[in-house]
Design a protein around this ligand. Structure first.
Ligand code: NDP
Length: 445
């Protein structure tokens, strides 16, 4: 490890002692950047890394709301403005009981490099709350979103900070948030949030973008090895937005997806899953995955188990952080898995992805593979700014081109730094260099 990287990591560890996920993300990125500093001593002279690892601003606020019986609750709201070098802060909002400042910081930090890799003008941010939307009525969700926006509105804007969705925040929540922003500000400022409904400024293809983009990235990785998706068996973790559209695109390209999961367990059907029914259950009816068995009694629901125990050739972690640990990686390799492509953010631990790379398993890191979501969010901002809207086909074509460009950038950069098969090296270094270059141009700010 380069002595400068080591020194910055020591500082970060002292400053963020109680934030394990942020430290994990910082280690993962910084450790792969070492070779850059041998050729760019000016980044050391300007202490670029230390500056990049400290958020520009962090907001924490109280969110008070009432349930349907009138009981009053308090949650904590966050927005981390990590880095605005390349554009307005951009990153989703997560509503999940596990949310804390460290999780927000890890996600916002990852977002800096991901957004840089897209080649678009977007900085890195993330936000959310420890609010648990599970089991809440539409009215409760609406009241929570309105209370959340009562504070957030003064900090966001189309050229300052543009939130979108993430875990627990989809089209319904973005609708409530946008509606309340509009009411509070008396402005129909379309560019303030992305992931909006297509009737009020949302982009066609945004809902599908992260999952589709992830599969496009996997397809590009496989093609480089003269392989295809057609005929392969795949497993996907999660059954939310990213997982569903990963499954859809995999099936369209000829894979058999035999399993997916939610926090209750996984569903397995050796004949392949029924996407339309899954979508109806999870996206429309918001039911638990176990219900899938009521229509397909021959499928197996295994509670509290991970999908990685099911033999597959392609694996797509699309639920949450740290869901593939070293024993899961060992099992996947033993069962013949040749590709792991991250739809979620940091779903694979560092020791697990190192094992994949050392054993020749193609590994697509989330900051490259799941960048399709934020890329189409940026396309939504472009359409909003031009007061226009594109067809699904136009957006999908642009998404495929962006994913291929990200893929090729990773390969070129990894090759330049003598690690041609490591998408982790390529994604981290390419993402970092664009930001570092612009930070140098701005002087010390
Ligand atoms: P959703 O809320 O739509 O779905 C999340 C899915 O993951 C659900 O099936 C959920 O199960 C499961 N899950 C969430 N937390 C846990 C947990 N702690 N343990 C087990 N299962 C869990 O979220 P998204 O699909 O939008 O996001 C999934 C991942 O993709 C996240 O890592 C997110 O940061 C990342 N991502 C999302 C993008 C987007 O455009 N939405 C863009 C880029 C990355 P249950 O319902 O039981 O909780």
């Amino acid at each position: 490890m380069h002595p400068y990287v080591k020194q910055v990591l020591e500082t970060i560890e002292k400053r963020n002692r109680h934030e394990p996920e942020f430290l994990q993300a910082a280690h993962e990125v910084l450790e792969s950047l070492s070779p850059v500093f041998d050729v760019h001593p000016e980044y050391i002279e300007n202490n670029i890394l230390d500056r990049l690892c400290e958020p520009e601003r962090q907001l924490i606020f109280r969110v008070t709301w009432q349930d349907d019986s009138g009981k009053v609750f308090v949650n904590r709201g966050y927005r981390v403005n990590f880095n605005s070098t390349l554009g307005p802060y951009k990153g989703g909002l997560r509503f999940h009981p596990t949310v804390n400042l460290g999780i927000m910081k890890f996600l916002a930090f990852e977002q800096i490099f991901k957004n840089s890799l897209t080649g678009l003008s977007i900085g890195g941010g993330k936000g959310g709350s420890d609010f648990d939307p599970k089991g809440r009525s539409d009215n409760e969700i609406m009241r929570f979103c309105q209370s959340f926006m009562t504070e957030l509105w003064r900090h966001i804007g189309s050229s300052t900070d543009v939130p979108a969705g993430d875990i627990g925040v989809g089209g319904r929540e973005i609708g409530y948030l946008f509606g309340y922003y509009k009411r509070l500000t008396n402005r129909f400022d379309l560019g303030v949030l992305t992931g909006k409904g297509v009737d009020f400024g949302g982009s066609m293809g945004r809902k599908e973008a992260t999952g589709f983009g992830c599969v496009y990235f996997a397809k590009d990785m496989l093609e480089r090895k003269k392989e295809t998706i057609q005929g392969k068996t795949a497993v996907v973790s999660g059954s939310g937005n990213v997982a569903l559209y990963t499954i859809k695109k995999l099936q369209e390209l000829g894979a058999k997806v035999v399993a997916c999961s939610d926090s209750g367990g996984y569903i397995y059907d050796k004949n392949g899953l029924d996407f339309d029914y899954l979508r109806q259950l999870k996206e429309v009816e918001r039911k638990r995955l176990a219900v899938y068995q009521s229509k397909y009694p021959n499928s197996i629901f295994k509670p509290n188990a991970k999908v990685w125990e099911i033999p597959c050739t392609l694996a797509f972690p699309c639920a949450t952080q740290n869901e593939i640990q070293l024993p899961d990686a060992e099992l996947l390799i033993k069962n013949g898995c040749i590709l792991v492509c991250e739809g979620a953010n940091m779903p694979t631990t560092q020791d697990a992805f190192r094992l994949f790379e050392s054993k020749g398993v193609l590994f697509g890191p989330g900051k490259a593979a799941n960048a399709g979501g934020v890329a189409v969010s940026a396309l939504e901002m472009q359409q909003n700014a031009a007061l226009t809207s594109w067809t699904f086909e136009e957006v999908d074509r642009k998404l495929q081109a962006i994913m291929m460009k990200i893929h090729n950038t990773c390969v070129e950069c990894a090759t330049q730094y003598d690690n041609p098969n490591s998408y982790v090296t390529g994604a981290n270094i390419a993402g970092f260099k664009r930001v570092a270059h612009a930070m140098m141009a701005y002087g010390v700010i």
